[in-house]
Structure formats: structure tokens, C-alpha cells
Design a protein around this ligand. Structure first.
Ligand code: EPU
Length: 421
């Protein structure tokens, strides 16, 4: 398995360009199941999770091609299978995104239950609740959930008891081809949900209210192909901005949507980092000692759980004590144990981590079990004294396009050690 070797201690300076958002690309790819006409997608990030989704869609009958201009062409060519097999679902939980569109288009969907997850239990009960509200019959069969309806789902009221991003996306993809009108209440407001709604509308769907917690969908008989561009990855952008602040450098990320980063930018400013927004760029710089600032994760527009680990790394450098409260996932503090091995002073009590800074972190061999926790360790490595080796880089490859290239472009010292085991 590959590792990353990082020499810490150098401020990052320069510009990088945002990649397309993984969590917007994955549902839009799943939406290809809703039509037999092609989707042509620009700015699809070249990531392991995207490859996994493409493999799954191929298994379900899609053909695709990366074109020389960098766009991805994808079309459903057949209906070989309506099953998302265990092998693919276990490597990527977002495989569950095929449930809604398969049920909507084929009247049947079988998806392996995702099982345990490194950042918490993450059940799919809310996804199933949504499909049931649209008339699907749900059954459990040898580790697979099966959703069945007659010819078409029927519109209805989906009232989520808790906010779920991919659950909202599944409900939306199911509702667009259902007979009649659907209301999705307590819908997720994440930019990625808005992007999916935009993509579905470009394919001929009738979705209103995207970006609010009430989505209204008028079902249509069929959808058609579309040419679309994936929104920039706010979590990737946020990670590089935190890299600028933690190293006391000057980082500009171009090609992003600053408004998608409001909560992070406010928190960075509250920590004393310099923050300047452009129309489609953000500039962050170290403007003296960092101050502690408490954050609590929340659904959008709150502070994103996917930036919690990275921000926690930053707080190890702040002069004083700050708390980080994780409200979305119950087990998303594994990075803390690794940061402690680098010398960080952090206590965890339930869902609250109390970070005492500033600490001179020491380079070490570290490893993590999820994507964002691994990004946190890279950031810690960039500011640590000496060498840090981050193991299990495949987590980072799932969600960061050319991470080493971008950090090197900012002057960071990072290299990949290829491994066979
Ligand atoms: N939940 C349930 N039942 C469900 C669905 C969710 O109890 O049926 C719970 C989850 O266990 C969690 C909470 O609801 O406690 C919120 O989870 P959500 O469903 O919103 O998460 P998700 O849709 O599975 C997406 C992102 C995650 C991101 C979360 C929260 C994608 C593909 N994944 O996951 O991204 O952390 O929303 O914003 O969009 C990542 O990119 O590293 C990542 C983990």
C-alpha cells in the first residue's frame, strides 16, 4: 500500500485550482440510470470513488468513456442487472445512491447493505423510509435490501426525521420519475443536493426548492440526456485553505464557490487567519498567531463534518483551548488518537474534543481509517517537526485528486512511496 512522506515546517504559498466535487459527481453519475440517453459531464474528479461508481454503473448496464477534452460520457446501454453487489458497496458506501434511480426506472433495485463504517454506524433506514413513502415494497434478503414497485413509483410525502444527504438524493432521484407529485420535507440543503437537482432538471425533471429544506417534485414520464459541469469541491478547497492557515502561509484556491464555504471562512477568520473572498476564489494567509475558536459540525450551512478533522489539526496550533463538537457521526475522532501520537494535547469526552494549543507537533508514522481523517494527518504533517509518513493513502485517493501535486505546487514537501503490500 502506498504511503505519503511529508517534511514539515514550510509555509505553503501559491495557487491551486479546485477539482470537481466528489459528493456532487457521485449522485449525478447515479442519475445516469434514469435515462438511456447520454450524460456528458465536465469536471468529474479522477478519484477512486468515481472509478468505483463507474464500475458499479457498468455492472448495471452503463457504458462510459473519458474523452480527450477531459469530459466523461456515460450512457445506459442495457439492463444487465439491477443489483449493487456486496464487493462494490463495501468499498464505497455511496453505492447506495443507485437504489433510488434503479427503483424509479426499473421497478426493482437490490443493493447490498453497506455494513459497518469507519465513521459510525451509518444505517440506510432513512433511504428505505423514503422509497416506501413513494410506494416501494422493501424486503431484506441475504444481506441485500430489495425495493420493488409495480411499473412506477407514486408521488408522496417523504418526511425525513433527520437530515440525510444521500438519503435526500435517493428520494429525489426516485421522485423524478414517480407518477404524481412528491414533497420531500426536512431535505438536506447541501450544495451537492442543489447540484443534483440542477442536473435532474437539465435532464427534464421538475424539481423545485433545491437549497431549502422543502423539495417539490412533479414526476415526469421520462428523462433525457444532458451536458453538465460538476460543482467545485468545497471540502477539497477547505482542506487547502486550512493548509495555508496552519502553516502560516498564503494560499489561494481558484475556481471555487466561496459562498459554499461560509462556515469555514468564518471559523478561519475567528482564529485570526486572513481571509479574502474573490468572485470564484478564496485567499487565506497566516496573519500572526492563531487563536482558539470552538466549532460544532452541523448539516449545511453549518460547519461541515467533512472538514472537522482538518480544522481540528489547525486548532493544535492555536494559542489556547478550543472545543470541536461532532454532531453528525458518532465515531469520527480517530484522527485524534494519531494526532496525540504526534504530540497534540486533545481530550475526548463523547462527541466533544477539547484541543489545547499550541503544540509543536512531531513528525511520526501515522495511519487513519477514513478519508478526511487522513487529510487531517497530512495537514498535521505539513506543520510538524521532521518527517511524517501517512499510511493507507488509498483513503486519500478516494477523495482528493492529485493531493501531492497540489501540495507540491504550494511548496510543500511531500512524496508518495509506492508499496506492494
Ligand atoms: N443516517 C441514518 N440513517 C440513514 C441515513 C443516515 O441514521 O438512513 C444518519 C447517519 O448515520 C449520520 C447522519 O444520519 O449520523 C447523516 O448522514 P448522511 O446520510 O447525511 O451522510 P451520507 O449521505 O451517508 C454524505 C457524504 C459524506 C458526509 C455526509 C454528511 C456523500 C457521498 N457522502 O454522506 O461524505 O460526511 O453526507 O455531510 O455525499 C466524505 O466525503 O468523506 C463523506 C463521508
Amino acid at each position: 500500500m502506498d504511503r505519503l512522506r511529508i517534511q514539515g515546517g514550510r509555509p505553503l504559498e501559491g495557487e491551486v485550482v479546485a477539482a470537481g466535487a466528489k459528493n456532487a459527481a457521485l449522485p449525478i453519475l447515479a442519475a445516469a440510470l434514469l435515462t438511456d440517453e447520454p450524460l456528458v459531464l465536465a469536471r468529474v474528479p479522477r478519484l477512486k470513488d468515481v472509478e468505483t461508481m463507474l464500475r458499479l454503473l457498468q455492472y448495471l448496464g452503463a457504458e462510459h468513456e473519458w474523452r480527450p477534452d477531459g469530459t466523461l460520457w456515460i450512457r445506459m446501454a442495457g439492463e444487465e442487472s439491477s443489483t449493487a453487489p456486496y464487493d462494490l458497496v463495501k468499498t464505497m458506501r455511496a453505492s447506495v445512491l443507485v437504489l433510488g434511480p434503479l427503483a424509479a426506472r426499473r421497478g426493482v433495485a437490490r443493493v447490498s447493505l453497506p455494513g459497518g463504517c469507519a465513521i459510525g454506524a451509518r444505517p440506510v433506514d432513512l433511504h428505505l423510509h423514503a422509497l416506501e413513502a413513494l410506494g416501494a415494497e422493501i424486503s431484506l434478503d441475504h444481506g441485500y435490501v430489495e425495493a420493488r414497485c409495480g411499473r412506477r413509483l407514486r408521488g408522496g410525502i417523504v418526511a425525513f426525521p433527520a437530515v440525510t444527504v444521500t438519503g435526500t438524493e435517493n428520494a429525489l432521484m426516485a421522485a423524478v420519475l414517480a407518477r404524481g407529485t412528491t414533497e420531500i420535507r426536512n431535505a438536506a440543503r447541501e450544495p451537492e443536493v442543489v447540484a443534483l437537482a440542477g442536473a435532474l432538471n437539465a435532464m427534464g425533471a421538475k424539481v423545485e426548492g433545491a437549497g431549502t429544506s422543502l423539495l417539490r417534485v412533479q414526476g415526469v414520464e421520462r428523462l433525457h440526456g444532458a451536458t453538465l459541469s460538476v460543482i467545485p469541491d468545497r471540502i477539497e478547497v477547505g482542506t487547502y485553505l486550512i493548509a495555508g492557515a496552519i502553516t502560516g502561509g498564503k494560499v489561494t484556491v481558484k475556481g471555487c464557490v466561496p459562498d459554499h464555504l461560509d462556515a469555514l471562512l468564518a471559523a478561519l477568520a475567528a482564529c485570526g487567519a486572513g481571509v479574502e473572498r474573490g468572485a470564484d476564489s478564496v485567499h487565506v494567509w497566516g496573519a500572526g498567531p492563531l487563536r482558539p475558536h470552538d466549532v460544532a459540525t452541523a448539516p449545511y450551512p453549518g460547519f461541515p463534518t467533512d472538514l472537522q478533522a482538518q480544522f481540528l489539526a489547525l486548532l493544535t496550533q492555536a494559542e489556547g483551548t478550543a472545543t470541536v463538537t461532532e454532531t453528525i457521526f458518532e465515531n469520527r475522532f480517530q484522527h485524534v488518537l494519531e494526532l496525540q501520537r504526534m504530540g497534540a494535547r486533545i481530550e475526548i469526552a463523547g462527541s466533544v474534543a477539547r484541543v489545547h494549543g499550541p503544540t509543536r507537533l512531531q513528525g511520526a508514522e501515522v495511519m487513519s481509517t477514513d478519508l478526511r481523517a487522513s487529510a487531517c494527518l497530512v495537514l498535521a504533517g505539513l506543520v510538524a517537526e521532521g518527517e511524517t509518513v501517512v499510511h493507507r493513502v488509498y483513503h486519500l485517493d478516494r477523495g482528493y485528486e492529485d493531493l501531492e501535486g497540489k501540495i507540491r505546487a504550494l511548496g510543500g514537501r511531500i512524496s508518495r512511496i509506492r508499496g506492494t503490500v
